[in-house]
Ligand binder design. Structure first.
Ligand SMILES: Cc1cc2nc3c(=O)[nH]c(=O)nc-3n(C[C@H](O)[C@H](O)[C@H](O)COP(=O)(O)OP(=O)(O)OC[C@H]3O[C@@H](n4cnc5c(N)ncnc54)[C@H](O)[C@@H]3O)c2cc1C
Length: 245
């Protein structure tokens, strides 16, 4: 049985697998907008003092330019933003991204989701495996949630296919443990990285703010480091399953 039933996985609970949870202190406010300037199929993120704001381009027929918005901020600020008239929210969004995409028209109701980082204490039991958000939930600031889940699925499939070729039972604990070994460390690393980014970008202490500013401009200037981070985030590093290479 493969449990791919999301962050509140009922199957994980039925299997009695504990999960560590940490509230990030952020709510992710989500809506869809039309932007006046071409987004060029580029995802943009503004690191605001209250938390990151992402404009994620949506594929559309025709000339209209739509984006999905994820604005991570404090619960109180998210509630305030969600309570704004659509016109005022559009203006706030346009200003928050320095008007780089021109006028912003809000098309949907803005809905907030509490952002909780989660990690299951184990990924497998005999005959049972967790994948995706059932295994781990990550702050959306780097847009990695879906990638991590796809990677879990690909690695699990690779290990199950290899087991079948060796004539081993698919639910065998050792087969599933290979999957867990290959994924748990990577996912834990990404969760820790997102925590670090969130703390760094949310910091109000002047020394941390300075470190953040130096750090980001530093990363921007250091092409090899930037390439390394990009490769990590896009899954081009590490021992990838064949289907992800
Ligand atoms: C505000 C916010 C913004 C995000 N932004 C991004 C982003 O920009 N990029 C990104 O990559 N990720 C983002 N994520 C994370 C991303 O949404 C998740 O990582 C991803 O959806 C996890 O996929 P999943 O299939 O594991 O779980 P889910 O997408 O949660 O799917 C689980 C499915 O299982 C179903 N299910 C549950 N119980 C049962 C049952 N008993 N029987 C049948 N079906 C059941 C559910 O209905 C659901 O359809 C964001 C998350 C949030 C909350």
């Amino acid at each position: 049985m493969v449990a791919a039933d999301g962050a509140r996985s009922p199957l994980r609970d039925l299997a009695g697998i504990a999960v560590s949870e940490r509230d990030t202190g952020h709510v992710g406010l989500v809506t869809t907008v039309r932007v006046a300037a071409p987004h060029g199929e580029v995802a943009r993120q503004a690191f605001l003092p209250g938390g990151p704001l992402a404009f994620l381009p949506l594929a559309m027929d025709g000339d209209e330019q739509h984006c999905s918005i994820v604005w991570s901020t404090s619960p109180a600020e998210a509630e305030r933003l969600a309570g704004l008239e659509r016109k005022a929210l559009g203006e706030a969004l346009a200003a928050a991204i320095d008007h780089r995409l021109g006028e912003v028209t809000v098309l949907d109701e803005a809905v907030g989701f509490p952002l909780v980082q989660r990690h299951a204490e184990r990924y497998t039991l005999p005959g049972f495996a967790l994948v995706g958000d059932a295994a781990h939930g990550i702050h959306p600031l780097a847009g990695q949630g879906v990638n991590l889940g796809l990677m879990d699925a690909a690695v699990l499939a690779e290990e199950l296919l290899a087991a079948r070729q060796r004539g081993v039972m698919l639910g065998d604990e050792r087969v599933l443990a290979r999957y867990a070994r290959r994924r748990r460390g990577d996912n834990a690393g990404m969760l820790a990285l997102m925590d670090g980014f969130r703390l760094l970008f949310g910091a109000r202490h002047p020394a941390l703010s300075l470190a953040r500013n130096l750090g980001m401009s530093g990363v921007d200037r250091l092409v090899p480091l930037k390439r390394l981070l990009l490769q990590q985030a896009t899954g081009q590093r590490g021992r990838l399953p064949a289907s992800c290479r």
